[in-house]
Design a protein around this ligand. Structure first.
Ligand code: SF4
Length: 470
């Protein structure tokens, strides 16, 4: 990589560092648009069938949030790291602002629990389905607005000008953390330069609380640029998009759960249930059984809108049975799709020789002793496939909205299968490289990769059913 190219990239980091005030203004502008699009549709009547993006604010907000914002924020993470978080996210800006004006308390022990990213992602995904977050403005206000209020409360309670919410509790930070490992940029720390004596050390406010000196990857960095050129040792730098997963990331049980049972299981179920004839069959079978046994209360559609979808004026209300079957379907998908993926990783790990370093350190310097440490490392290779799955699921909403506006969408399936194919190929390439860290003999590596590939079969079948069969 040429010196000039390196310097130009580092300069981008310096420009961000020098324009923090402008970034803050931009964030407040985004906060304004965000609050407007969240609050105003919630007080307007529900749109009728003829409403469109061009004449109805509720549909416009729906398109902005679920058609553009969410899927393309997801795409931006492997392209630019978590720059969305550090430069644009309204929730991040608000929690940091609240933290600057709040109590400044110490971060409680419970918040450091490693399972929050998985649990928060799972609960938000499931709750969003139960209240039909993509369709109704009240539901969007409850899910997004609730998360924003919680972010501000946590900001007010803990840390001083920090993003404690983003680091520990944000429902998507776990997913962003995984996808950012693919980013071709990161803030690189030069340990030799760091050790050089400096005349004056100014303090840096790294809002997501990263240990700057020991920072190794892009997973947790919000790419805000504040630490650019700190001590002459930190610089925005280009890298291979495979460098972090192969050379740095070790993964852990919760990350594996998020990749395998979250992105590749639960999320698949959340996207598929509404299109699935199996869902209808399960529901009808259960309803028949209930009626035969004179149990009628689960068929009532009397749950309030913030528990289950309840909009009788547009003839769209969930019964308790609907809600229960949605839960069963999502849990079933998590097991039936995520289970084989995990089995494939486990078999691959068994086939490969034990890792040379049985007690490797994770990104925060903790010792990984677990018997599944090899599985966790291999699971990191599935991040491209899992990420593309979520993008395809989210962009289905984009395409539905575009279709409603009369935009032709006949090209979509070809693009979907192309993206899925490329992501799967990249994940298998990762598995090949990760297997190569443990064994150079190609038949062993190929068998291990083959096991992972076999485990991915139900994941592929699920998308084929969704896009081409149902
Ligand atoms: S390490 Fe912290 S201060 Fe530096 S760019 Fe990342 S988030 Fe900003």
């Amino acid at each position: 990589m040429g010196h000039g190219f390196r310097a130009r990239i580092a300069r981008v980091g310096d420009v961000l560092r020098d324009h923090q005030r402008a970034i803050r203004r931009l964030q407040w502008a985004i906060v304004g648009v965000y609050v407007f699009l969240l609050a105003v549709p919630a007080i307007l009547p529900l749109p009728d069938r003829t409403a469109s993006v061009f004449n109805n604010l509720t549909i416009l907000a729906q398109f902005a949030f679920w058609g553009v914002w969410w899927p393309f924020v997801l795409v931006s993470i492997p392209l630019f790291g978590r720059a969305w978080c550090g430069l644009f996210c309204p929730e991040g800006a608000l929690t940091e602002w609240a933290s600057g004006h709040g109590r400044g308390g110490a971060i409680p022990h419970w918040m450091r629990w490693g399972g929050w990213p998985f649990v928060a992602f799972a609960l938000t995904t499931i709750y969003g389905q139960l209240v039909s977050v993509y369709q109704y403005p009240w539901a969007a206000a409850a899910v997004l607005g609730g998360s924003t209020v919680a972010a501000m409360i946590i900001g007010w309670l803990y840390g001083r000008e920090k993003r404690v919410w983003c680091k520990y509790l944000c429902p998507v930070s776990g997913v962003f953390n995984l996808l950012a490992k693919l980013a071709p940029w990161h803030y690189r720390v030069d340990p030799h330069a760091w050790r050089r004596p400096v005349r004056r050390i100014e303090s840096i406010n790294c809002a997501p609380l990263l240990p700057l000196r020991h920072m190794k990857g892009a997973a947790e960095c919000h790419m805000c640029g504040r630490c650019s050129d700190y001590r002459g040792a930190i610089a925005l730098s280009a890298r291979s998009p495979e460098a972090e997963i192969v050379g740095v990331a070790e993964g852990d049980g919760w990350q594996t759960a998020l990749i395998v049972f979250g992105l590749m299981g639960l999320a698949v179920g959340a996207f598929l249930w509404s299109a699935s004839p199996w869902f209808v069959t399960i529901k009808q079978t259960a309803a028949t059984w209930l009626v035969e046994h004179d149990v009628y209360w689960p068929l009532a559609q009397n749950a309030p809108w913030f528990i289950l979808t309840h909009y009788p004026e547009v003839n769209d209300s969930f019964s308790w049975l609907d809600g229960a079957v949605v839960l069963v379907f999502i849990a079933g998908a998590a097991l039936c799709v995520g289970g084989p993926v995990f089995a494939g990783l486990w078999l691959a790990d068994r086939i490969l020789p034990a890792r040379r370093r049985p007690g490797v350190l994770d990104a925060s310097g903790r010792l990984l002793r677990g018997r599944l440490a090899g599985v966790h490392k291999l699971a990191q290779g599935l991040i491209p496939a899992g990420g593309v799955g979520v993008f395809l699921g989210l962009s289905a909403t984009t395409l539905t909205l575009l279709h409603h506006e009369g935009v032709p969408t006949g090209w979509a399936n070809a693009v979907r299968f192309l993206l899925l194919g490329l992501a799967l190929a990249w994940s298998l390439r990762f598995e090949w490289r990760l297997a190569g860290l443990r064994c150079r003999r190609w038949p062993v590596r190929a068998t291990a990769v083959g096991m992972v590939g076999l485990g991915l079969a139900p994941f592929c079948v699920a998308w084929v059913l969704f896009f081409a069969v149902w």
